[in-house]
Design a protein around this ligand. Structure first.
Ligand code: PLP
Length: 496
């Protein structure tokens, strides 16, 4: 499998060439040249596999520059009961008739980002050792991404993490999670400012190309293809848990042969097959974009329900074909903070497929149009194509999320977090008769205790391993809002 850019650069690259990179040189995102199709017989064979085996099968279709035995070992080391708490890794539980929750949040930081980031840590360590190189990961976080990255990279050879966070702005639990790590390759730097200051420093350091090259600065942001690919696996795993395995048409029943463009084309709603739908609490569009890839491969997905909070960039797009990036003043701080985004960084990948992989058009929309108009409006004909890709959307308010947490607790004795509540609220608006709906649980309630207490008047339970972490010794350095000071710190701590 080779990879190309969404903005027209057709240079074909292998998986490991793009693994450690961010954007493609033309500013686009990487996508495979085509989506491998999974037929009925393959789906039937995969049904009985363990999560690690399934991950190996799917990843193998996209990675041809890591020997199979090595890839297998990496995947088996990643998806273990010890890390995720269960044999199923992503257990699905039934809430109601035809309504399910798939738990993606049982990894070390209690949020779904662990699903991909843990694999990324092992892939980075493997590839850096093979090249004899080192990497210094620089990032800014207000919570989830930073801790997932640190727990994935801790103790990994060849990798250091420098993670900036706004001094005193994270919850005590989040601070404890990150700052209690004692691994010498993890550097927590609290910045005497707000999250935007942290991001500006990361940008300033990354824009210093000489410094970046000399100190091998990299990132682990959500546009990384390997992260997205790792997430494709749990759509298959969820499907197998709620369907019975009756005759599956798979890809063979999707688009008529001969009419599909070479890269795959939109998958028509499969007939004569067990279908499921997924509802996905969305921010940067990474999670649900993996669902799009699974559907393009032939997984019988009826609907991909994009759920947003008050930051409804994506809901607006899927209803109207209009993409309008929000300013930071228009970006709300909500009770589902991991979805508080002003633009959706992975979204360009879907638009590339929607527009028949027209790289020039995508370059214009996400380059010139975004810079000039802060967004774009697709034509009516283009907007009408969205339905063919299975996407629908909706949004929730703070009151909706609290009400959903409350009713789920009262009716099912099931405690869900604010992000999952967003997904469940919107999922209910899109139920179709006879089609199971799987809501992706993206975090455990323990991470967002204040909202749970507001909804239920009681504290969420905390996994035993995290009991009392606030009392552990903390390891961090505080620096002013000054990129030069951060550079000096990195220089001191990465004697290369
Ligand atoms: C990151 C995150 C999301 C949003 O996922 P995207 O891939 O950015 O759409 C939703 N919920 C939680 C808990 C998250 O950490």
């Amino acid at each position: 499998m080779k990879y190309i850019s969404t903005r027209g650069d057709q240079t074909e690259r292998h998986f490991c060439e793009i693994l450690l990179e961010g954007l493609a040189p033309d500013g686009g995102l990487y996508l495979p040249t085509h989506y491998p199709k999974v037929d009925a017989a393959t789906l039937t064979r995969w049904r009985g596999l363990s999560y690690a085996q399934l991950a190996f099968e799917i990843l193998s279709l996209y990675i041809d520059d890591i020997p199979a035995a090595d890839l297998k070992a990496l995947v088996e080391k990643t998806y273990t009961r010890a890390t995720y708490g269960t044999e199923a890794i992503v257990p699905v539980r039934r809430l109601d008739d035809g309504l399910f929750i798939e738990a993606l949040s049982n990894g070390p930081t209690l949020a779904f980002k662990d699903m991909a980031m843990q694999l990324l840590g092992n892939l980075f360590e493997y590839e850096l050792a093979r090249r004899g190189e080192e990497l210094n990961i620089l990032g800014a976080t207000s919570g989830d991404t930073g801790s997932a990255a640190e727990y994935a990279m801790r103790g990994k050879r060849g990798v250091r993490v420098f993670m900036l966070s706004p001094q005193g702005r994270m919850s005590p639990f989040q601070q404890a999670q990150m700052f209690s790590l004692q691994d010498p390759n993890i550097h927590n730097i609290t910045i005497d400012g707000v999250f935007d200051d942290c991001q500006d420093i990361v940008k300033a350091v990354s824009n210093d190309l000489a410094f970046k090259r000399q100190h091998r600065i990299g990132t682990v942001n959500s546009i990384n293809w390997a992260r997205l690919l790792a997430q494709v696996v749990y759509y298959f795993a969820g499907y197998f848990q709620v369907t019975s395995g009756a005759p599956e048409a798979g890809a063979a029943g999707l688009s008529p042969k001969g009419s599909a463009p070479p890269w795959g084309g939109p998958a028509a709603a499969p007939s004569n097959t067990e279908q499921v739908s997924f509802a996905v609490p969305s921010g940067n569009f990474g999670n649900v974009c993996a669902g799009h890839v699974a559907r393009m491969m032939g997984l019988p997905i009826a609907q991909l329900v994009v759920a947003t909070n008050e930051n409804d960039v994506l809901d607006e797009f899927f209803r109207t074909g209009r993409y309008r990036v929000r300013s930071s003043a228009e970006t709300h701080e909500t009770s589902s903070p991991s979805m508080d985004i002003s633009k959706a960084s992975n979204f360009e990948r879907f638009v590339f497929d929607l527009l028949g992989r027209d790289g020039a058009r995508v370059a214009d929309l996400f380059g010139a149009a975004l810079a000039r108009d802060g967004g774009f409006q697709l034509s009516a004909e283009e907007t009408a194509r969205i339905a063919g890709f299975g996407f629908v959307s909706g949004k929730s308010t703070h009151a909706d999320r609290l009400a959903t947490i409350r009713s789920t607790w009262q009716d099912h004795q099931d405690m869900i977090d604010t992000h999952t509540a967003d997904g469940l609220k919107v999922a209910r608006e899109h139920r179709q008769p006879g089609v199971p709906m799987i809501v992706l649980e993206t975090a455990l309630p323990a991470k967002f205790a204040a909202s749970i207490e507001e909804a239920l008047g009681r504290a969420p339970p905390r996994p035993a391993a995290l009991e009392g972490i606030e009392a552990l010794p903390k390891r961090f350095t505080t620096l002013p809002v000054d990129a030069a000071r951060v550079k000096a710190y990195i220089e001191q701590h990465c004697a290369a």
